[in-house]
Design a protein. Structure first.
Length: 90
């Protein structure tokens, strides 16, 4: 199972867990499986068209998926997926 690092704003959906484990072959599958186990998490990660919200960054082993295959990025059981909300400021 892939290791998924959960940011503080989403931990209320994972019962406070900062790390969860999820089986999936792609980021798209991972999000669907997370939604099954933690209802409401998908709507905080994805836009209505199932794309990743522009204020959410997802990394697989430190690599931003936006610069690769996006939600079709392949993942394996040894991968670490980080969900990182963008921080705005001035």
């Amino acid at each position: 199972m892939a290791t998924v690092l959960i940011p503080v704003p989403l931990r209320k959906l994972t019962n406070g867990a900062d790390t969860v484990f999820c089986e999936a072959g792609t980021i798209r599958e991972l999000i669907e499986n997370l939604e099954f186990g933690y209802p409401g998490i998908k709507e905080r990660i994805c836009a209505s068209d199932d794309s990743i919200n522009r204020f959410i960054n997802i990394y697989v082993n430190g690599e931003d998926i936006r610069f690769g295959a996006g939600t079709d990025a392949c993942i394996s059981e040894k991968d670490e997926v980080s969900i990182v909300p963008a921080i705005a400021g001035g």
